[in-house]
Design a protein around this ligand. Sequence first.
Ligand code: FES
Length: 155
Amino acid sequence: MTKTELPDLSVGELSRRSGVPASALRFYEDEQLIRSRRTAGNQRRYRRDTLRRVTFIRMSQRVGMPLSTIREVLGLLPDDRTPTRVDWDRISQCWRNDLDERIRQLEQLRDQLSDCIGCGCMSLTKCRLANPGDQLGRVGPGPQRLPDHRAEGYA
Ligand code: FES
């Protein structure tokens, strides 16, 4: 039996092979990240290359990519095909830049956090984590984090 003659996978088989719970696979399908066809008995069947697609999704999630970004990238592949090794090379290079940027932001946060350790003031004037760059001051006066403070006469 050649590879192309192998039957499609049930949700249980795909779950077992990928290590991803069936509930997560159904969620991926709801999110249009993977597709299935239905049998006469209304059971899901996945093409075998869905396994690679699921691996791609999991690896992408592991580096912190949101599902919306993963869906976008998968949507760029012609004919809805599964990412190949060449695709992954290209995509992972782009995501490396994104990761570098997130690492830079996290390092910045870490450095700001050291000012807060043991402090607990959460001051909107002093604390760089509670109000970075006094962004809330630019929005307007009053407690900007309470969305309806103006309606209650606090403005
Ligand atoms: S909690 Fe006091 S400086 Fe951040």
